[in-house]
Design a protein around this ligand. Structure first.
Ligand code: NCD
Length: 314
């Protein structure tokens, strides 16, 4: 059940919660994302302390389509953070102004603290290098729509898995659906930290490591690509050296299985060539489209009793 819950950490939810959410997303999708009055009078605050285009705007679009309204900021610039106000105090303010708070922040571990502070539900819209739960929900929903299942497919995750929260939460999400093996395709410098590997192993997921996409492309059903997270390197010259160290082009796809689907949370830079866009492999723009019904589902299930009504519980 989702009503009034914080969405900070994907692993606090179950496969059943995911399925209930996807059912609600289907309702919005089948209605062609038509506007509703479901959240009329409700206010969503968006507190983005880190840059974002898609996540912030798709949350806003979802809230507008649900009949609610939106306030917030898209960078600390122009807010009292510039005067030295703490993140905690900023969230305390928004707690008074809104019914749900959507937060993005560069510091790992900050969301739990903020969620405990806020009386209103808090949604994690990207936290440091570790978590991005709503992106994972969108990604898994896309896999379901494209392939009709989640378990039983061969997965590759390519790129900067070390720093990309979207890649890590995608793998966490797969683990909740019973996926037992994920193939990481990355230079060894970009392998995730030991703690993440252990966390996944404890969930029964084996992470294999490949350096060359050519060695596994023919067996993949899903390839999830992430950009090099240049802004998260303490030594920028190291990021410079890794530029161009992995990429997907038409040539890479020559030996791909016909049913392969490529996902990418976007933005992309050089790791995914534009020439792939027109092929049946490209699912990343559909992923953008699905972000709306999924975020509509997240907001409506957290802010109303729609789930209980649907299940006949009230
Ligand atoms: C991702 C993010 O911010 O983590 N973007 C997004 O939300 N779609 C991925 C990225 O920045 O590479």
């Amino acid at each position: 059940m989702w009503r009034n819950r914080d969405l900070v950490d994907l692993t606090e939810f179950t496969r059943r919660d995911f399925e209930a959410l996807f059912k609600q997303a289907d309702v919005f999708l089948e209605a062609g994302l038509a506007p509703t009055k479901m959240l009329e009078g409700k206010i969503m605050a968006a507190a983005f302390f880190e840059p974002s285009t898609r996540t912030r705007l798709s949350f806003e679009s979802a809230m507008h389509r649900l009949g609610g309204s939106v306030l917030g900021f898209s960078s600390a610039e122009g807010t009292s953070v510039e005067k030295g106000e703490s993140t905690e105090d900023t969230i305390r303010m928004l707690d008074n102004y809104s019914d749900v708070i959507v937060v993005r922040h560069r510091e790992d571990g900050v969301m739990r603290r903020l969620a405990q502070l806020a009386k209103k539900p808090l949604i994690n819209a990207g936290e440091g290098q570790s978590r991005h739960p709503t992106q994972a929900l969108i990604d898994i929903y896309t896999v379901l729509k494209e392939k009709g299942m989640v378990e039983g497919l061969n997965y590759g995750v390519m790129g900067d898995v070390k720093h990309a929260r979207a890649a890590k939460d995608f793998i966490r999400g797969l683990s909740l659906f019973g996926v037992k093996e994920v193939n990481l395709v990355t230079p060894k410098e970009l392998m995730p930290e030991e703690a993440f590997v252990k966390e996944m192993n404890n969930k029964g997921v084996r992470l294999n490591h490949y350096e060359r996409i050519e060695d596994l492309i023919s067996m993949l059903d899903i390839l999830y690509v992430v950009r090099l997270q240049v802004e998260r390197f303490s030594d920028r010259s190291e990021a410079e050296m890794l530029k161009g160290s992995y990429s997907i082009t038409l040539k890479t796809l020559e030996r791909a299985n016909r049913g392969l689907r490529i996902l990418h949370p976007l933005p992309r830079v050089w790791e995914l060539s534009g020439e792939v866009d027109g092929t049946p492999y490209a699912a990343y723009f559909k992923q953008v489209y699905y972000s709306i019904p999924v975020r509509m589902a997240v907001l409506s299930l957290i802010l109303t009793d729609v789930e209980m009504i649907r299940e006949g519980l009230i």
